[in-house]
Write a new protein. Structure first.
Length: 314
């Protein structure tokens, strides 16, 4: 059964206030770890969640504002001190290399750094398809969606009756067609069940964006920033962020199954009013909390299990 675990290492904005930490979210699939932004304190969360010092690891950076990147070097240092040997891949916006990696010490493992400059695109990393789109915030800001591979279950009786065995079954799955005794056999005839991959979309910081809503289409989980309430936004129209209502509209338009809002302004000591605002538009919304984990599983009907973890103060 497919399963993805999402760990919320940091969920605040700008400064690490009220035990929220700064943006840093881990996604784990089949032992591989994808880190969505690396705010300060990321390495501590990585160790608290026991994600595995030598796990296959890719870092996706949404943009080069300090609250999203300043935890990278401490993370790399901590992994090195703990004996990591395996390569780390970093995907980040154009022109970010200097501010992210400046003065980076040599570690025990290679670091591969790729900068994005196109409006949208797709990368395959650690057997997972990652799509990205540019979003309106800082110059070169990106949102990402991570989708695990879909699976196909074949009908064994039908395969047997058409004498498709062993290596031919593998080829049928990989190539979609196989030739048996001079006849072409097509995959579609033998599919018993298709299990869709699990899709998680991460907004980074952004103004409301149609492009992001289309990236997020059909997501199991949409993690969307919600910096200011609509009421407070009216006095801060210069701020290139979203309100909870706008995050909820994105979840609604994209037909996402669950919305998690995060990146709360430090002006809010308590953020339940942000949750209430989002839920008026999209009831399946929850607040991100530092230490929270969400397990997504299930074939077609997804099951979400939420565990609250090492900090609880909203
Ligand atoms: Zn931010
Ligand atoms: Zn920002």
């Amino acid at each position: 059964m497919p399963r993805v675990d999402v760990f919320f290492g940091g969920v605040g904005a700008t400064q690490p206030r009220y035990s929220r930490g700064l943006p840093c979210i881990f996604l784990r699939w089949m032992g591989r770890i994808f880190i969505l932004d690396v705010g300060e304190g990321c390495q501590e969360s990585f160790l608290n969640f026991k994600l595995g010092v030598n796990a296959p690891l890719a870092v996706l950076i949404s943009h080069a504002h300090g609250d999203h990147i300043l935890g990278l070097r401490p993370l790399l240092q901590t992994l090195s001190l703990n004996g990591r040997k395996r390569k780390i891949t970093i995907i980040a916006p154009a022109f970010s290399r200097d501010s992210v990696l400046d003065g980076l010490a040599a570690y025990n493992y290679p670091v591969e750094y790729t900068e994005l400059a196109s409006e949208e695109g797709m990368i395959n990393l650690l057997d997972v398809s990652i799509k990205y789109v540019r979003v309106p915030h800082a110059p070169f800001s990106y949102a990402y969606s991570i989708e695990t591979p879909s699976r196909v279950k074949l009908n064994p009786e039908k395969l047997d009756s058409d004498k498709i065995r062993g290596a031919d079954r593998k080829r049928l799955l990989e190539e979609g067609v196989v030739e048996i005794e001079g006849r072409k056999r097509f995959l579609e005839l033998y599919v018993k069940e298709r299990v869709p991959g699990i899709k998680v979309t991460y907004s980074g910081d952004t103004l409301p964006s149609h492009r992001l809503a289309s990236l997020a289409r059909g997501s199991d989980l949409l993690i969307h920033e919600a910096t200011l309430s609509t009421k407070d936004w009216e006095h801060n129209t210069e701020t290139p962020h979203s309100t909870p209502r706008e995050a909820a509209l994105c979840a609604l338009y994209s037909k996402s199954r669950l919305l998690v809002i995060f990146h709360y302004s430090v002006r809010y000591r308590h953020v339940y009013e942000l949750l209430e605002e989002a839920k008026r538009v999209f009831p399946r919304t929850i607040l991100a909390e530092r230490g929270m984990r969400i397990a997504i599983s299930g074939r077609k009907e997804r099951v979400f299990s939420i565990i609250y973890g090492f900090e609880r103060e909203l």
